[in-house]
Design a protein around this ligand. Structure first.
Ligand code: ZN
Ligand code: ZN
Ligand code: ZN
Length: 380
C-alpha cells in the first residue's frame, strides 16, 4: 500500500531553488531602494539558503546580500562545516571568523558605508548595534517594514508542502474527535492533539489551544488545568511544522449533543463569516477587504464587538508571517499567497467560537488547505 499523502517526502529544495530566491531577494532590495540585505539565522535565512544553525548563539552569523554581487554568508569558523552542508551553500560564498576576532570587521568590507540595508526582524540587537558601530554611516530598516512580501508568494513546491501540512492537521482533528473530553483537563486534550500532529508527520508542534467554556473566550488562551465538562463549547486551534512548512487550523466543538441555542447561533455566524470571506478571495482583492467582509457578517449579526482580532495571517516556513488580513493592509492578494481565514466571536465569561482554514490564492479564487467539516463538532 502506498504511504498516505501526508507522509510522503517532498522533493528537497535544490541549490538552484535557493539561487533563484537569492536573486529575487536581491532584486526586491534594489527595487525598495536598499543597498542590500543582512539576514541572521531565522526563517529568512532558511528561505534564502536552507541554513538553520542547530543553536543560534551570540556568535555572528549573517548573510550579506547585495544585488549584482555574490551573496556572502558570514559564519563562526566552528560552524562552517554545518553551513557548508546547507542545500543553498553552493549559491553563496562562505566567510568565517574565529573566536577572538571582531566579527563585524568581517562584515565591513561587504557593506556600503553609506548604504541603507534591510535587516531580518529577528537579528539580535547586539549584532545590529555592532554593525552600526562599525559603520556609523549606514541606515537600517526591518525586512517586515520594507519587504513584507519577500516570502509571501509561495512556489509550487512550497504550496505542496503547505497542503500536506494542512492535510496532516486535518487528520489530527479527525483523531481528536474520537478522544474523551469530559472529565479531562484542557492540557490532556492538548497533549493528545500534539501527539496526533506528530503521528501525522509534523516535526514540530507550535501551539495546541484547547479553550473550554469561558477559556474559549480568550483567543490566545493555550491550555490550562480546567477540567472540561459536558455542555462546554471548546475551541481547538493547533498547528506546527511538517517538512519545514506550517499548519494552523481551528475548529470549535461541543461536549455532548445538547447544544444551547446561542452556541448554535454564534457558530453559524462565524461559519458564514469564514465562508463569505473565503469566497471573496481572488487576485487583486486587498488583504483588508477580506477582513472587512468577514467582519461585516459578524457585525450584521450583532456580534461585531466580540470579534477582537484580525481575520488572518500569512503562513509558510513560520506559522505567523505577512501578509496580515487586517484593516489598513492594502496589499492586493497575489496567486501563491497563503494565509489563514479565522474569524471568531468571544463572549467574555461564557464561550468562544473560531473557525480557521489555511487558504491559498489561485488565479480563479481561493483554495483551502484545511478541509474538515466546519460544522460544530460533537465530542463526548
Ligand atoms: Zn494566532
Ligand atoms: Zn490558529
Ligand atoms: Zn492562525
Amino acid at each position: 500500500m502506498p504511504p498516505p499523502e501526508e507522509s510522503r517526502m517532498p522533493r528537497p529544495f535544490t541549490t538552484e531553488d535557493y539561487r533563484a530566491r537569492l536573486d529575487r531577494a536581491g532584486a526586491a532590495a534594489t527595487a525598495a531602494g536598499l543597498a542590500g540585505l543582512v539576514v541572521a539565522p531565522g526563517p529568512d535565512l532558511v528561505h534564502l539558503t536552507g541554513y538553520h544553525p542547530t543553536a543560534v548563539t551570540e556568535r555572528l552569523t549573517a548573510l550579506v546580500l547585495t544585488a549584482g554581487r555574490e551573496p556572502v554568508l558570514i559564519v563562526p569558523t566552528l560552524e562552517r562545516p554545518d553551513a557548508e552542508r546547507a542545500a543553498g551553500a553552493p549559491a553563496v560564498r562562505l566567510l568565517d571568523w574565529t573566536d577572538g576576532q571582531d566579527p563585524y570587521a568581517t562584515a565591513v568590507p561587504l557593506l556600503d558605508p553609506a548604504g541603507r540595508y534591510g535587516v531580518s526582524d529577528n537579528t539580535w540587537a547586539m549584532h545590529l548595534l555592532g554593525l552600526q558601530a562599525a559603520l556609523p554611516g549606514t541606515g537600517w530598516t526591518s525586512l517586515t517594514e520594507t519587504l513584507p512580501m519577500l516570502r509571501a508568494v509561495k512556489g509550487p513546491d512550497e504550496l505542496e508542502r503547505l497542503a500536506a501540512a494542512g492535510g496532516a492537521a486535518d487528520a489530527a482533528y479527525r483523531g481528536i474527535l474520537e478522544v474523551t473530553f469530559a472529565g479531562r483537563r484542557e492540557t490532556d486534550v492538548a497533549a493528545d492533539l500534539s501527539a496526533l500532529l506528530i503521528q501525522y508527520g509534523h516535526s514540530q508542534v507550535d501551539f495546541t489551544v484547547v479553550g473550554s467554556g469561558p477559556n474559549g473566550a480568550n483567543p490566545h488562551h493555550e491550555a490550562g488545568d480546567r477540567i472540561i465538562g459536558t455542555g462546554d463549547t471548546v475551541v481547538l486551534d493547533f498547528g506546527g511544522l511538517k517538512d519545514g512548512y506550517g499548519s494552523d487550523t481551528t475548529r470549535t466543538v461541543h461536549v455532548g449533543t445538547d447544544v444551547p441555542d446561542e452556541v448554535r447561533k454564534v457558530h453559524d455566524v462565524v461559519r458564514q463569516a469564514q465562508q463569505t470571506a473565503f469566497e471573496a478571495v481572488r487576485p487583486g482583492v486587498s488583504c483588508q477587504e477580506i477582513d472587512r467582509i468577514a467582519r461585516r457578517v459578524i457585525t450584521e449579526a450583532g456580534y461585531g464587538e466580540y470579534f477582537i482580532h484580525r481575520t488572518g495571517h500569512g503562513i509558510g516556513i513560520t506559522t505567523h508571517e505577512p501578509p496580515y488580513l487586517v484593516e489598513g493592509e492594502e496589499q492586493p492578494l497575489v496567486p501563491g499567497m497563503c494565509f489563514s481565514i479565522e474569524p471568531g466571536v468571544y463572549l467574555p465569561g461564557r464561550f468562544g467560537v473560531r473557525i480557521e482554514d489555511i487558504v491559498t490564492v489561485t488565479e480563479h479564487g481561493g483554495r483551502r488547505f484545511n478541509n474538515t467539516p466546519h460544522e460544530l463538532g460533537i465530542v463526548s
